[in-house]
Design a protein around this ligand. Structure first.
Ligand code: G4P
Length: 531
């Protein structure tokens, strides 16, 4: 029994794929699934617009309504590993959920478009991964297109993100002149052939850089000379490979390839799986939980409301941190102080949701939630009670003033707003002195405003008026020399309070933040996710 448990946990790899929209995240994910045999053809899925999101987006209902707000989880097997991929939605669907999903991952794959380098969404997602120092693996995609200089790209990663990079392979040309990649460790050339999807694998040709003739016949003299120079430069100037640094998120192994052409994807997957770790110990208030030795424990990182409108059900997604989940067992819900049975546990297996009986540390399960869970809650074995440290609240980046239209519906308005805020889909703030008919709503992605409007009308029967606000930044008031209402601020800075009555300021930009700090000695502002 114990051996199976250990084996099962040790073969688990749970990671998130992060990227800016269009960098190739979906294409890469599909190639992974293809290698794992979880889907049969990648071309088919990518090719047809109608099928386009068939694999990764499982909230069909939400999609039809045009308000998909989910991020999906997929499990598949490859090479003896049991892989859980956490997908992070694109810019349309970007929400606080996206950030919270990253809390459930043990490592991240960052997909970068070789022609564009780091883009805004990559930056945001990277920052959240870096908060936990999780390992980050970089896949520089679209080398079959014109790309930026690879040294430039590495430089950008190092300077913007403050991490070291270690190119595992090195590209030979790009675009129409893309010849393949040179594997620095294996010392072989992986020649590029336009394989365009399918399961075809391209064999590497072992070839030392000193074997001039062989090299010339493979990539031509010009490319060979260029490659030798670049590799020499890399060997001399780049970071040394250090697995410990990789595992602590300080050094990112970098791979070049082309997801669309299925080039470099399998070597990447193999290296990545070998370098990442199985689920590691996680921090709780009582100390660390050990995935292998401790009994079942999990935390809720996402709540998906109203998947079926008729039933008003919610699904709570949990990341299992230790031990084994058993469908028949009774567990302890720490925040409620009650024993519970988790009903209708399910997992995503590539395409479909499937009911499950058991799951292990590293896995993500979804359970039916009759309205008892909140984001960050712990569920654990009742004989070994722990409490996970919770999930930080992420700073909203868009704000709007929301007012109810029909004053007869005050109660429903207040109920709807606070319930939706409790789920973590939006954050609400109050202007001191103003009543509950008017609140400031903050969100991470603008689509959340539409979701809010839709849900308020459909679930609570309340119409509301929304006025966009030009504010972008929010800070807690940690220390203030005078009461918040008396601070010297720019005219567009707003003082608000959260549901717990804590003071915050919202600003239109950095200039107003600096103004506040410079004109109020003793004022201390705190960013959100730093807790
Ligand atoms: P995303 O999930 O990160 O948003 O990106 P996605 O995989 O959907 O890819 C975005 C576009 O980039 C797609 O083209 C896709 O085919 C293309 N792409 C992905 N990887 C590569 C690559 O390695 N090389 C090249 N040349 N293109 C790549 P599209 O025209 O938007 O869609 P489609 O018509 O190809 O489906």
């Amino acid at each position: 029994m114990a051996i199976t448990l250990e084996k099962e946990i040790e073969r688990r790899r749970t990671f998130a794929i992060i990227s800016h929209p269009d960098a190739g995240k979906t294409t890469l994910t599909e190639k992974f699934l293809l290698y794992g045999g979880a889907i049969q053809s990648a071309g088919a899925v990518k090719g047809k617009a109608s099928d386009r999101h068939a694999v990764s987006d499982w909230m069909d209902l939400e999609k039809q309504r045009g308000i998909s707000i989910t991020s999906s989880v997929m499990q598949f097997e490859y090479d003896g590993y049991c892989i859980n991929i956490l997908d992070t939605p694109g810019h349309q669907d970007f929400s606080e959920d996206t950030y919270r999903t990253l809390m459930a991952a043990d490592s991240a794959v960052m997909v970068i478009d070789a022609a564009k380098g780091i883009e805004p969404q990559t930056r945001k997602l990277f920052r959240v991964c870096a908060m936990r120092d999780i390992p980050i693996f970089t896949f520089i995609n679209k080398m079959d297109r014109e790309a930026r200089d690879p040294f430039d790209l590495l430089d950008e990663l190092e300077h913007e993100f403050g991490i070291g990079t270690y190119p595992v392979n090195w590209p030979i040309g790009c675009g129409v002149n893309f010849h393949g990649v040179y594997d620095r460790e294996k010392r072989e050339i992986l020649a590029f052939a336009d394989a365009h999807s399918g399961r075809s694998r391209i064999e590497g040709t072992r070839c030392d850089l000193a074997e001039t003739e062989k090299m010339d016949s493979l990539i031509g003299e010009y490319r060979r000379r260029e490659l030798c120079e670049q590799v020499e430069l890399l060997d001399a100037a780049s970071f040394e490979f250090d697995l410990e640094k990789v595992r602590h998120g300080k050094l990112s192994p970098v791979f070049f390839g082309s997801a669309l052409n299925n080039f470099g994807v399998e070597p990447f997957l193999k290296s990545f799986l070998a370098m990442t770790t199985p689920p590691l110990a996680r921090q709780t208030v009582e100390g660390e939980v050990d995935p292998l030795r401790d009994p079942f424990s999990a935390f809720v990182f996402k709540i998906q409301a109203n998947m079926n409108k008729a039933h008003r059900d919610r699904i709570a997604f949990m990341r299992i941190c230790s031990g084994r989940f058993d469908r028949e067992e009774e567990y302890f819900h720490v925040q409620a102080g009650k024993s519970i049975r988790l009903s209708r546990p399910q997992q995503m297996m590539a395409k479909e949701r499937a009911g499950i009986d058991t799951a292990y540390a590293g896995d993500i399960i979804g359970v039916f939630d009759p309205g008892i869970f909140s984001i960050g809650d712990t569920v654990c074995d009742s004989r070994h009670r722990v409490r996970f440290e919770g999930i930080p609240t992420f700073a909203p980046e868009h704000f709007a003033m929301i007012e109810q239209v029909d004053s007869m519906k005050r109660k429903q308005f207040a109920k709807g707003m606070s319930e939706i805020a409790e789920e973590g889909a939006i954050q609400i703030f109050f202007e001191p002195g103003a009543g509950m008919e008017r609140v400031v709503v903050g969100v991470v992605g603008v689509l959340q405003f539409e979701v809010l409007e839709y849900r308020m009308e459909n679930e609570y029967g309340v119409k509301m008026r929304r006025s966009a606000m030009p504010h972008e930044k929010i800070r807690y008031l940690d220390a203030s020399p005078v009461p918040a209402g008396k601070l010297k601020l720019t005219s567009d800075t707003r003082w608000v309070q959260d549901v717990r009555g804590r003071d915050l300021l919202i600003f239109t930009g950095d200039w107003s933040i600096n103004f506040a700090l410079q004109n109020n000695e003793g004022l201390e502002l705190r960013e959100f996710e730093k807790r």
